[in-house]
Design a protein around this ligand. Structure first.
Ligand SMILES: Cc1cc2nc3c(=O)[nH]c(=O)nc-3n(C[C@H](O)[C@H](O)[C@H](O)COP(=O)(O)OP(=O)(O)OC[C@H]3O[C@@H](n4cnc5c(N)ncnc54)[C@H](O)[C@@H]3O)c2cc1C
Length: 650
């Protein structure tokens, strides 16, 4: 056996079963998961004071991301609990649409979040924390022969540590370079050094590395903003939680966000200075996320819009910093203040930190198994931004999976693969390991063909039993889970058997609410199926005990309301699977198919696949897009068939 770079006489400072490199959102979740499974675990990070730092908006959740947070929580992870504990503003997004797309979003206190995570790590008995820069991987065997396995890591200052599994979660730090306008410096993110050595170490092992970029807007001093002139957006969901564990529920003092808008002056200043931004000026060409565009991208791409909404979001309770959501820019520092001052309310603002972009090395995840172990080196796992994703939630979810599988690898257990149909975790990993990325990957509801099933409210039902089997869920949590499921089942039985009679005083109120009279009698379940009628209405009408916990009555309501949709969704998925060979006629104008995501429209227009199966394998075309395309093709066929006899008659 050719050894890649391991030396049998190399002295090791310490031996761990699992070493996690990186103390970001992926790394913390990975280390805590491996520890929970009983592995002797160490977490190495460049700066222990920046554990679980939120370098962009300190917000957790939102569409699809909140589902990921609920899923991680359902498997015993910590991101949900910490977001609940440190939230300064909580809202339910898409509240007027169905529960499948409801999304809890928390603005968190950035420093409190970091403190809580560090405290949790310190309190986790047996977890070793080490501040160090890991610069090399020690690997026995040769990846070219297919027998390589990781045996440890080396650090910048010359120590070597032995490990049976290593999880890399290095975020934006490999080869990191930050940009403000055309000025740049080597940095993992503002104020932090980049990581040296690991990119080259991975390349020597035969891994393909690519570059991506992301950006963050300026921060301003709230004391210099006329917030009283702006629309306030208060917290409206402080009593809703990411975690399924009521013992961790806590709502501290809440704060408002505020809304302003870009003006004609904003747009003019940007148009006049586009050539001074890294992308339009051509200084960097790495790809950034299209769904999180800079303000100049928005103004160029949506040239017909004369104003864009901008949110001013607090970064925490003990700081005056406001995050200017929707306003990231690549303009030079000297222009950024002028630009900020074009926004109503910010005419006198003081900029505390400029907007900047970062570009960094990432490891395309098509080089991984679905367990997140690399295909070339056994025992080496990667997770988070390093795999091409963006976002704390995506990182945390991958961290949990990598930590779980690293822990299992060490003791020779089979890896756990999360299925697309069972979770957004599975959807994301399936996308990552099977499709080449065109830009940083963010989880979106449109990426899942199973999105009616993969809701936040049922994440515990979908995943906690698996978590229990894997050893991630303790007895207390399991009992809580069982009690809740029994309560939901009992409520469903009640809804399926109790009837409201026409003579009941509540029947008149039902008619007023839903516009339909109760004739004879009606099952409470059928009442809930009426559009616009909810479990809360049953409580108001005295038809459900007010003491029934909200998560129980909502769980039962969603089950009842969704049963029909779910059957339809399963039927659609089956049809798509059967129709891989269905030809797609030439000449289709994809940009006109509004049910496709923008990314899919662009990609299909460019590639023009011949069959539905080929379309489904294109990066950027999600299974939800394939379903939408099939429905559109079927409708088109029906339209043409209907037209055909008429044409013949003429
Ligand atoms: C400028 C900027 C803008 C962003 N904008 C957005 C956005 O708009 N939307 C969004 O969702 N997300 C955004 N993010 C991304 C978000 O911060 C990340 O997705 C998330 O933090 C990734 O988590 P992670 O654990 O993978 O990596 P990180 O949180 O980056 O953590 C990496 C950790 O690894 C450590 N580390 C790195 N290399 C080494 C090494 N060799 N040895 C030891 N330790 C090491 C670092 O110290 C750090 O603790 C942005 C990030 C930045 C920097």
């Amino acid at each position: 056996m050719n050894d890649h770079n391991s030396n049998p006489s190399e002295p090791f400072s310490e031996h761990f079963e699992v070493i996690v490199v990186g103390g970001g959102h992926a790394g913390c979740e990975a280390a805590l998961t491996a520890l929970r499974l009983g592995r002797h675990t160490a977490l190495f990070s460049l700066n222990l004071d920046r554990i679980a730092w939120q370098p962009c908006n300190p917000a957790v959740g939102g569409p699809a991301k909140s589902q990921l947070v609920h899923e991680v929580d359902a498997l015993g992870g910590v991101i949900g609990r910490l977001a609940d504990a440190t939230a300064v503003q909580k809202r339910v997004l898409n509240a007027s649409r169905g529960p499948a797309v409801w999304a809890l979003r928390a603005q968190t206190d950035k420093r409190a979040y970091r403190r809580e995570m560090l405290a949790l790590l310190h309190a986790s008995e047996g977890l070793a924390l080490r501040e160090a820069m890991v610069t090399d991987l020690i690997v026995a065997g040769d990846p070219a022969d297919g027998d390589a396995r990781v045996v440890g890591v080396r650090t910048f200052f010359g120590s070597s540590y032995r490990a049976d599994a290593v999880v890399l979660t290095t975020g934006t730090f490999l080869g990191g370079r930050i940009w403000v306008g055309d000025r740049s410096m080597a940095a993992g993110r503002a104020g932090e050094q980049p990581a040296e050595g690991l990119t080259e170490a991975l390349q020597r092992l035969g891994f393909r590395m690519e570059r991506l970029k992301t950006g963050t807007p300026a921060r301003v001093d709230r004391r210099t903003v006329a917030l009283d002139r702006l629309e306030a957006q208060p917290s409206d969901a402080a009593d809703r939680f990411f975690s399924f564990d009521p013992q961790t529920w806590h709502s501290g003092e809440q704060m408002d966000c505020h809304i302003t808008r870009t003006t004609e002056a904003t747009h003019r200043l940007i148009r006049e200075n586009l050539h001074r931004t890294p992308i339009y000026g051509g200084f960097i060409d790495s790809r950034g996320p299209r769904y999180c565009p800079s303000i100049e991208d928005k103004i160029v791409r949506f040239a017909d819009k004369d104003s864009h909404q901008i949110f001013l979001e607090p970064e925490g309770r003990d700081t005056p910093e406001l995050y200017i959501q929707g306003f990231s820019t690549g303009l030079p520092e000297s222009l950024q203040l002028e630009l900020l001052r074009t926004l109503p309310g910010l005419e006198q603002c003081v900029m505390l930190r400029p907007a900047y972009a970062v570009d960094y090395d990432m490891l395309p995840a098509t080089q991984l198994w679905p367990s997140l172990m690399t295909r070339r080196v056994r025992g080496l796992f990667t997770a988070g931004q390093l795999n091409g994703t963006t976002g704390y939630e995506e990182a945390a979810a991958q961290g949990l999976v990598a930590g779980l599988n690293a822990a299992r690898h060490v003791v020779g257990d089979e890896p756990v693969h999360f299925a697309r149909e069972g979770s957004y975790i599975g959807t994301m990993i399936d996308d990552l390991v099977t499709k080449d990325l065109q830009e940083p990957y963010r989880v979106l509801t449109s990426r899942s063909e199973y999105r009616l099933v993969l809701r936040g409210d049922n994440a515990d039902r979908r995943l906690t039993p698996l978590g229990r089997d894997l050893g991630l869920i303790d007895d207390r949590r399991w009992q809580l889970f069982e009690r809740k499921q029994e309560a939901i089942a009992a409520e469903r039985r009640r809804l399926d058997t109790v009837r409201l009679r026409a003579g009941d005083p509540a029947a008149a109120a039902v008619e007023a609410l839903t516009g339909a009279a109760v004739k004879g009698s009606i099952l409470l379940a059928d009442l809930l199926r009426r559009p616009g009628f909810h479990a809360d209405d049953l409580v108001r009408l005295g038809l459900t005990p007010a003491a029934l916990p909200r998560e129980v009555r909502e769980g039962a309501e969603i089950d009842v309301k969704y049963s029909g949709y779910l059957a339809r969704q399963e039927e659609q998925i089956r049809r798509v699977q059967d129709q891989g060979q269905r030809p797609i006629p030439a000449g289709i104008v994809y940009t006109e198919i509004t049910t496709l995501s923008r990314e899919a429209r662009e990609r299909l227009e460019r590639q023009r696949p011949g069959t539905l199966g080929l379309a489904s394998r294109l990066p950027g075309v999600s299974p939800a897009d394939v379903t939408a395309l099939l429905l559109w093709l079927e409708q088109r066929e029906r339209r043409l068939t209907a037209l055909a006899p008429a044409a013949a008659d003429r």
